[in-house]
Write a protein that binds this ligand. Structure first.
Ligand code: GTP
Ligand code: MG
Length: 157
């Protein structure tokens, strides 16, 4: 349906979604930073056409890792996930590209690297379903929330 035919509320929502859809958030996870894959992963991300809006290397405390992945707190692997994500340093970044969230999920591949397509970041660099090299936001809304978890307005260029 053409945007001009939509009721006002839907029109505003559609415009908001369209405006927000050019950014996503990623982390290079502890398994990949430990194995010295940071440079190779960033090269693949940049070659795929993503611009780095913000980036930092840091280490999550167990508390902060738990907060970041709070959506999974009821899952059986939550404890393992929190322990893993706070086990070594990570690289957090906000990335920009048209259709960023969807295109980045395609670039990283399936959660379980065994099911990831050839050439994807997880296929190339991940170990297992738990230690899977990178995080990628699953929606525009979460991309904004996750980006704000790590970066202030002054740090986004
Ligand atoms: P993220 O981009 O990190 O959010 O991964 P995802 O969106 O592909 O997967 P999901 O959000 O469902 O799970 C979050 C993370 O939890 C995964 O990336 C894994 O690191 C971890 N995880 C998911 N399933 C399992 C599991 O069965 N076992 C273990 N140990 N970890 C898991
Ligand atoms: Mg996820």
């Amino acid at each position: 349906m053409a945007i001009s035919e939509l009721p006002l509320r839907s029109k505003i929502l559609k415009i908001k979604i369209t405006m927000a859809s050019n950014r996503t958030f990623t982390m290079i996870k502890p398994d990949a930073t430990s194995r010295n894959y940071t440079g190779a992963i960033l090269e693949q991300i940049c070659k795929a056409g993503f611009r780095i809006v913000a980036m930092k290397q840091t280490k999550l405390s167990a508390e902060k890792a738990g907060e970041f992945y709070a959506v999974h707190s009821a899952r059986p692997f939550y404890g393992e996930l929190v322990e893993f994500m706070s086990s070594n340093y990570i690289v957090a970044a906000i990335l920009e590209k048209e259709n960023a969230v969807e295109d980045f999920r395609k670039l990283i591949g399936a959660t379980n690297p065994a099911n990831a397509e050839e050439g994807t970041i997880r296929k190339r660099f991940a170990q297992s379903i738990g230690e899977n090299a990178v995080h990628g936001s699953d929606s525009d809304e979460n991309a904004a929330i996750e980006g704000n978890f790590f970066f202030s307005g002054l740090e986004k260029y």
